[in-house]
Ligand binder design. Structure first.
Ligand code: SF4
Length: 344
Protein backbone atom coordinates (compact mmCIF):
# COMPACT_ATOMS: atom_id res chain seq x y z
CA UNK A 1 0.00 0.00 0.00
CA UNK A 2 3.01 2.26 0.48
CA UNK A 3 2.87 3.55 -3.11
CA UNK A 4 -0.88 3.37 -3.72
CA UNK A 5 -1.04 7.14 -3.65
CA UNK A 6 -3.91 9.43 -4.54
CA UNK A 7 -2.63 11.21 -7.64
CA UNK A 8 -3.63 14.73 -8.60
CA UNK A 9 -2.18 15.79 -11.97
CA UNK A 10 -1.11 19.40 -12.47
CA UNK A 11 -0.07 19.30 -16.13
CA UNK A 12 2.40 21.81 -17.49
CA UNK A 13 1.93 24.47 -14.91
CA UNK A 14 4.96 25.96 -13.27
CA UNK A 15 7.27 25.12 -16.16
CA UNK A 16 9.38 28.02 -17.35
CA UNK A 17 9.77 26.29 -20.70
CA UNK A 18 9.14 23.02 -22.44
CA UNK A 19 11.67 20.23 -22.28
CA UNK A 20 12.48 18.50 -25.57
CA UNK A 21 10.54 15.36 -24.72
CA UNK A 22 7.66 16.71 -22.71
CA UNK A 23 4.04 16.76 -23.62
CA UNK A 24 2.44 16.34 -20.22
CA UNK A 25 -1.05 16.46 -21.66
CA UNK A 26 -0.40 13.30 -23.63
CA UNK A 27 1.39 11.59 -20.74
CA UNK A 28 -1.34 12.22 -18.20
CA UNK A 29 -4.33 12.49 -20.52
CA UNK A 30 -5.34 15.56 -18.47
CA UNK A 31 -5.67 19.10 -19.72
CA UNK A 32 -7.58 20.73 -16.87
CA UNK A 33 -5.80 22.24 -13.90
CA UNK A 34 -7.10 20.78 -10.64
CA UNK A 35 -8.89 22.96 -8.10
CA UNK A 36 -8.72 22.59 -4.31
CA UNK A 37 -12.12 20.89 -4.54
CA UNK A 38 -10.64 18.34 -6.93
CA UNK A 39 -7.99 17.57 -4.31
CA UNK A 40 -10.61 17.16 -1.58
CA UNK A 41 -12.79 15.00 -3.83
CA UNK A 42 -9.87 12.73 -4.70
CA UNK A 43 -8.96 12.35 -1.01
CA UNK A 44 -12.57 11.71 0.08
CA UNK A 45 -13.08 9.16 -2.69
CA UNK A 46 -9.94 7.32 -1.63
CA UNK A 47 -10.92 7.32 2.03
CA UNK A 48 -14.39 6.02 1.14
CA UNK A 49 -13.09 3.20 -1.02
CA UNK A 50 -9.83 2.28 0.75
CA UNK A 51 -10.68 3.04 4.38
CA UNK A 52 -7.76 2.56 6.75
CA UNK A 53 -5.37 1.82 3.92
CA UNK A 54 -5.04 5.52 3.08
CA UNK A 55 -3.15 5.95 6.35
CA UNK A 56 -0.13 4.56 4.54
CA UNK A 57 -0.72 6.58 1.36
CA UNK A 58 0.30 10.05 0.24
CA UNK A 59 -1.69 12.65 -1.65
CA UNK A 60 0.51 13.14 -4.69
CA UNK A 61 0.80 16.19 -6.96
CA UNK A 62 2.35 14.97 -10.19
CA UNK A 63 2.90 16.24 -13.69
CA UNK A 64 4.28 19.74 -13.53
CA UNK A 65 6.76 21.72 -11.51
CA UNK A 66 4.77 22.02 -8.37
CA UNK A 67 7.02 24.36 -6.45
CA UNK A 68 7.27 26.74 -9.42
CA UNK A 69 3.55 27.35 -9.82
CA UNK A 70 2.04 30.58 -8.55
CA UNK A 71 2.31 30.69 -4.75
CA UNK A 72 -1.40 31.37 -4.18
CA UNK A 73 -2.52 28.47 -6.33
CA UNK A 74 0.14 26.16 -4.87
CA UNK A 75 -0.91 26.98 -1.32
CA UNK A 76 -4.59 26.51 -2.15
CA UNK A 77 -3.82 22.94 -3.30
CA UNK A 78 -1.64 22.23 -0.28
CA UNK A 79 -4.26 23.71 2.06
CA UNK A 80 -6.82 21.35 0.58
CA UNK A 81 -4.56 18.35 1.14
CA UNK A 82 -3.03 19.23 4.54
CA UNK A 83 -6.08 18.50 6.76
CA UNK A 84 -6.06 14.88 5.61
CA UNK A 85 -2.48 14.56 6.78
CA UNK A 86 -3.07 16.37 10.08
CA UNK A 87 -6.02 14.09 10.83
CA UNK A 88 -3.91 11.02 10.12
CA UNK A 89 -6.10 9.87 7.22
CA UNK A 90 -3.08 10.09 4.90
CA UNK A 91 0.57 9.56 5.70
CA UNK A 92 1.67 12.69 3.87
CA UNK A 93 1.90 14.68 0.65
CA UNK A 94 4.14 13.91 -2.29
CA UNK A 95 5.01 16.20 -5.16
CA UNK A 96 7.28 16.34 -8.17
CA UNK A 97 9.18 19.43 -9.26
CA UNK A 98 12.22 20.85 -10.96
CA UNK A 99 15.59 20.93 -9.15
CA UNK A 100 15.91 24.69 -9.71
CA UNK A 101 12.55 25.32 -8.04
CA UNK A 102 13.69 24.27 -4.57
CA UNK A 103 14.99 26.69 -1.95
CA UNK A 104 14.79 27.11 1.82
CA UNK A 105 11.60 29.20 1.78
CA UNK A 106 9.82 26.65 -0.41
CA UNK A 107 10.96 23.77 1.77
CA UNK A 108 9.75 25.60 4.89
CA UNK A 109 6.36 25.96 3.27
CA UNK A 110 6.20 22.34 2.16
CA UNK A 111 7.11 21.07 5.62
CA UNK A 112 4.45 23.28 7.21
CA UNK A 113 1.79 21.71 5.02
CA UNK A 114 2.85 18.14 5.80
CA UNK A 115 4.75 17.30 2.62
CA UNK A 116 6.66 14.05 3.12
CA UNK A 117 8.23 13.31 -0.29
CA UNK A 118 9.77 15.52 -2.96
CA UNK A 119 10.62 14.02 -6.32
CA UNK A 120 13.06 15.89 -8.52
CA UNK A 121 12.90 15.58 -12.27
CA UNK A 122 16.64 15.35 -12.80
CA UNK A 123 16.55 13.24 -15.99
CA UNK A 124 20.34 13.28 -16.44
CA UNK A 125 23.44 14.28 -14.50
CA UNK A 126 25.24 15.33 -17.69
CA UNK A 127 25.06 19.09 -18.24
CA UNK A 128 25.42 18.73 -22.02
CA UNK A 129 22.40 16.38 -22.13
CA UNK A 130 20.41 18.70 -19.88
CA UNK A 131 21.25 21.68 -22.10
CA UNK A 132 20.42 19.92 -25.35
CA UNK A 133 17.06 18.84 -24.03
CA UNK A 134 16.07 22.28 -22.78
CA UNK A 135 15.89 21.33 -19.13
CA UNK A 136 17.07 24.74 -17.94
CA UNK A 137 18.95 23.42 -14.90
CA UNK A 138 22.31 21.84 -14.19
CA UNK A 139 23.45 18.65 -12.51
CA UNK A 140 24.83 20.78 -9.67
CA UNK A 141 21.34 22.13 -9.02
CA UNK A 142 20.12 18.54 -8.69
CA UNK A 143 22.80 17.96 -6.04
CA UNK A 144 22.02 21.18 -4.15
CA UNK A 145 18.27 20.53 -4.13
CA UNK A 146 18.76 16.88 -3.12
CA UNK A 147 20.92 17.82 -0.13
CA UNK A 148 18.40 20.48 0.97
CA UNK A 149 15.50 18.00 0.76
CA UNK A 150 17.33 15.36 2.77
CA UNK A 151 18.41 17.93 5.37
CA UNK A 152 14.69 18.49 6.06
CA UNK A 153 14.31 14.73 6.56
CA UNK A 154 11.95 14.53 3.60
CA UNK A 155 11.94 11.46 1.39
CA UNK A 156 13.93 12.19 -1.78
CA UNK A 157 12.93 10.75 -5.14
CA UNK A 158 14.99 11.26 -8.28
CA UNK A 159 13.69 10.74 -11.80
CA UNK A 160 15.99 9.87 -14.68
CA UNK A 161 15.48 9.19 -18.38
CA UNK A 162 17.31 6.92 -20.76
CA UNK A 163 17.73 7.40 -24.50
CA UNK A 164 17.59 11.20 -24.43
CA UNK A 165 19.08 13.05 -27.42
CA UNK A 166 22.79 13.44 -26.73
CA UNK A 167 22.85 10.69 -24.10
CA UNK A 168 24.27 7.17 -24.30
CA UNK A 169 23.83 3.98 -22.23
CA UNK A 170 27.17 4.76 -20.57
CA UNK A 171 25.89 8.25 -19.80
CA UNK A 172 22.76 6.80 -18.21
CA UNK A 173 24.95 4.55 -16.03
CA UNK A 174 26.97 7.61 -14.95
CA UNK A 175 23.72 9.37 -14.06
CA UNK A 176 22.75 6.34 -11.96
CA UNK A 177 26.10 6.45 -10.13
CA UNK A 178 25.71 10.17 -9.41
CA UNK A 179 22.18 9.51 -8.20
CA UNK A 180 23.40 6.83 -5.80
CA UNK A 181 25.92 9.30 -4.33
CA UNK A 182 22.99 11.56 -3.44
CA UNK A 183 21.30 8.79 -1.42
CA UNK A 184 17.72 9.12 -2.67
CA UNK A 185 15.23 6.75 -1.08
CA UNK A 186 13.64 6.08 -4.47
CA UNK A 187 14.04 6.63 -8.19
CA UNK A 188 11.90 6.47 -11.30
CA UNK A 189 13.36 5.51 -14.65
CA UNK A 190 11.70 6.56 -17.89
CA UNK A 191 12.97 5.56 -21.34
CA UNK A 192 12.43 8.55 -23.65
CA UNK A 193 9.29 8.24 -25.78
CA UNK A 194 8.70 10.49 -28.81
CA UNK A 195 5.45 12.38 -28.33
CA UNK A 196 3.73 14.71 -30.79
CA UNK A 197 4.13 18.43 -30.29
CA UNK A 198 7.63 18.14 -28.84
CA UNK A 199 11.08 19.21 -29.97
CA UNK A 200 12.06 15.57 -29.81
CA UNK A 201 9.38 14.74 -32.39
CA UNK A 202 10.91 17.32 -34.75
CA UNK A 203 14.37 15.83 -34.27
CA UNK A 204 12.95 12.37 -34.85
CA UNK A 205 11.13 13.41 -38.03
CA UNK A 206 14.22 15.15 -39.38
CA UNK A 207 16.28 12.02 -38.74
CA UNK A 208 18.66 13.70 -36.29
CA UNK A 209 17.37 11.64 -33.34
CA UNK A 210 16.85 7.92 -33.12
CA UNK A 211 15.12 6.64 -29.96
CA UNK A 212 16.23 3.50 -28.15
CA UNK A 213 14.76 0.26 -29.38
CA UNK A 214 12.66 -1.67 -26.88
CA UNK A 215 15.43 -4.26 -26.62
CA UNK A 216 18.07 -1.59 -25.89
CA UNK A 217 15.88 0.08 -23.29
CA UNK A 218 15.07 -3.21 -21.54
CA UNK A 219 18.74 -4.23 -21.39
CA UNK A 220 19.80 -0.84 -20.01
CA UNK A 221 16.93 -0.42 -17.56
CA UNK A 222 17.30 -3.98 -16.24
CA UNK A 223 20.89 -3.08 -15.34
CA UNK A 224 19.84 0.19 -13.74
CA UNK A 225 17.15 -1.60 -11.74
CA UNK A 226 19.72 -4.04 -10.43
CA UNK A 227 22.17 -1.25 -9.67
CA UNK A 228 19.73 0.79 -7.60
CA UNK A 229 18.20 -2.15 -5.74
CA UNK A 230 21.63 -3.48 -4.79
CA UNK A 231 22.13 -0.15 -3.04
CA UNK A 232 18.81 -0.18 -1.21
CA UNK A 233 17.26 2.46 -3.48
CA UNK A 234 13.68 1.60 -4.43
CA UNK A 235 12.81 1.80 -8.13
CA UNK A 236 9.20 2.85 -7.84
CA UNK A 237 8.54 3.14 -11.57
CA UNK A 238 10.11 1.82 -14.73
CA UNK A 239 8.58 3.21 -17.92
CA UNK A 240 5.75 5.64 -18.46
CA UNK A 241 2.38 4.81 -16.99
CA UNK A 242 0.22 3.07 -19.58
CA UNK A 243 -2.61 5.31 -20.77
CA UNK A 244 -4.83 5.03 -23.86
CA UNK A 245 -3.81 8.56 -24.85
CA UNK A 246 -0.12 7.72 -24.70
CA UNK A 247 -0.57 4.51 -26.63
CA UNK A 248 -2.55 6.30 -29.33
CA UNK A 249 -0.31 9.32 -29.74
CA UNK A 250 3.17 7.88 -29.27
CA UNK A 251 5.26 8.43 -32.42
CA UNK A 252 8.24 6.22 -31.57
CA UNK A 253 10.31 4.94 -28.71
CA UNK A 254 10.55 1.92 -26.43
CA UNK A 255 7.10 1.85 -24.89
CA UNK A 256 5.55 -1.37 -23.64
CA UNK A 257 2.53 -1.71 -21.32
CA UNK A 258 4.48 -4.16 -19.13
CA UNK A 259 7.89 -2.53 -19.40
CA UNK A 260 8.88 -3.29 -15.82
CA UNK A 261 7.98 -6.97 -16.25
CA UNK A 262 10.30 -7.08 -19.26
CA UNK A 263 13.12 -5.57 -17.20
CA UNK A 264 12.53 -7.91 -14.26
CA UNK A 265 12.55 -10.85 -16.68
CA UNK A 266 15.81 -9.66 -18.21
CA UNK A 267 17.40 -9.52 -14.76
CA UNK A 268 16.52 -13.15 -14.24
CA UNK A 269 17.92 -14.13 -17.62
CA UNK A 270 21.27 -12.55 -16.77
CA UNK A 271 21.28 -14.25 -13.38
CA UNK A 272 20.47 -17.63 -14.92
CA UNK A 273 23.06 -17.24 -17.67
CA UNK A 274 25.59 -16.55 -14.95
CA UNK A 275 24.44 -19.51 -12.85
CA UNK A 276 24.40 -21.97 -15.77
CA UNK A 277 27.67 -20.76 -17.21
CA UNK A 278 29.80 -23.33 -15.38
CA UNK A 279 27.40 -26.26 -15.90
CA UNK A 280 27.43 -28.74 -18.79
CA UNK A 281 24.75 -28.33 -21.45
CA UNK A 282 21.73 -30.56 -20.91
CA UNK A 283 18.30 -30.77 -19.30
CA UNK A 284 17.57 -29.22 -15.93
CA UNK A 285 14.66 -28.56 -13.62
CA UNK A 286 14.71 -25.35 -11.62
CA UNK A 287 12.41 -25.07 -8.59
CA UNK A 288 11.62 -21.46 -7.73
CA UNK A 289 9.30 -19.49 -5.43
CA UNK A 290 5.97 -19.17 -7.19
CA UNK A 291 6.00 -15.36 -7.12
CA UNK A 292 9.03 -15.31 -9.44
CA UNK A 293 7.78 -17.96 -11.86
CA UNK A 294 6.62 -15.74 -14.74
CA UNK A 295 9.56 -13.33 -14.46
CA UNK A 296 12.02 -16.22 -14.54
CA UNK A 297 10.39 -17.74 -17.61
CA UNK A 298 10.29 -14.33 -19.28
CA UNK A 299 7.56 -12.99 -21.54
CA UNK A 300 6.35 -15.78 -23.81
CA UNK A 301 9.05 -17.98 -22.22
CA UNK A 302 11.73 -15.84 -23.83
CA UNK A 303 14.25 -16.59 -21.06
CA UNK A 304 13.82 -20.34 -21.43
CA UNK A 305 14.22 -20.01 -25.20
CA UNK A 306 17.40 -17.96 -24.71
CA UNK A 307 18.82 -20.63 -22.38
CA UNK A 308 17.84 -23.35 -24.85
CA UNK A 309 19.87 -21.58 -27.50
CA UNK A 310 22.87 -21.91 -25.19
CA UNK A 311 22.20 -25.64 -24.85
CA UNK A 312 20.30 -25.61 -21.55
CA UNK A 313 16.82 -27.15 -21.67
CA UNK A 314 15.38 -25.75 -18.45
CA UNK A 315 12.00 -26.60 -16.96
CA UNK A 316 10.96 -24.11 -14.28
CA UNK A 317 8.54 -25.26 -11.59
CA UNK A 318 7.04 -23.52 -8.59
CA UNK A 319 7.64 -24.72 -5.07
CA UNK A 320 11.31 -24.46 -4.24
CA UNK A 321 13.93 -22.00 -3.29
CA UNK A 322 16.10 -21.90 -6.38
CA UNK A 323 17.06 -25.57 -6.35
CA UNK A 324 18.44 -26.86 -9.63
CA UNK A 325 18.15 -30.55 -10.48
CA UNK A 326 20.00 -32.41 -13.22
CA UNK A 327 18.01 -34.76 -15.49
CA UNK A 328 18.95 -37.71 -13.20
CA UNK A 329 17.36 -35.94 -10.24
CA UNK A 330 20.61 -34.97 -8.55
CA UNK A 331 20.78 -31.57 -6.93
CA UNK A 332 23.41 -29.55 -8.77
CA UNK A 333 23.01 -26.08 -7.40
CA UNK A 334 21.26 -25.13 -4.22
CA UNK A 335 21.83 -21.47 -3.96
CA UNK A 336 19.98 -18.26 -4.11
CA UNK A 337 19.89 -17.15 -7.74
CA UNK A 338 19.10 -13.65 -6.55
CA UNK A 339 22.78 -13.25 -5.76
CA UNK A 340 24.00 -14.83 -8.96
CA UNK A 341 25.37 -12.60 -11.65
CA UNK A 342 25.94 -8.89 -11.66
CA UNK A 343 24.60 -6.43 -14.16
CA UNK A 344 26.76 -3.51 -13.30
S1 SF4 B 1 9.95 20.60 -16.30
FE1 SF4 B 1 8.82 18.66 -16.31
S2 SF4 B 1 6.67 19.18 -16.70
FE2 SF4 B 1 7.93 20.97 -17.23
S3 SF4 B 1 8.29 20.82 -19.42
FE3 SF4 B 1 10.03 19.86 -18.42
S4 SF4 B 1 9.48 17.69 -18.19
FE4 SF4 B 1 7.61 18.81 -18.70
Amino acid sequence: MRHANVAVFVPHIGCPHRCSFCNQWTITGKTKQPSPDDVRNAAETAVASLGEKTKEAEIAFFGGSFTAISPDYRRSLLEAAAPYVRSGQFRGIRLSTRPDAIDDAILDELCNYGVTTVELGAQSMDDAVLLKNGRGHTAEQVRTASHAILERHLCLGLQMMTGLPGDTPEGACRTARYFAELHPQEVRIYPAIVLPGTQMAEWYRSGSYQPETLEEAVALCAGLLQYFEERGIRVIRLGLHASPELEKQRLAGPWHPAFRELCEGRRWLVRMQSAFHSLPQGSYTLMVPEKFLSQIKGQKKSNLLALAQLGYQVTVKPGGSFILYGDDGSILVKENFINAGSLT
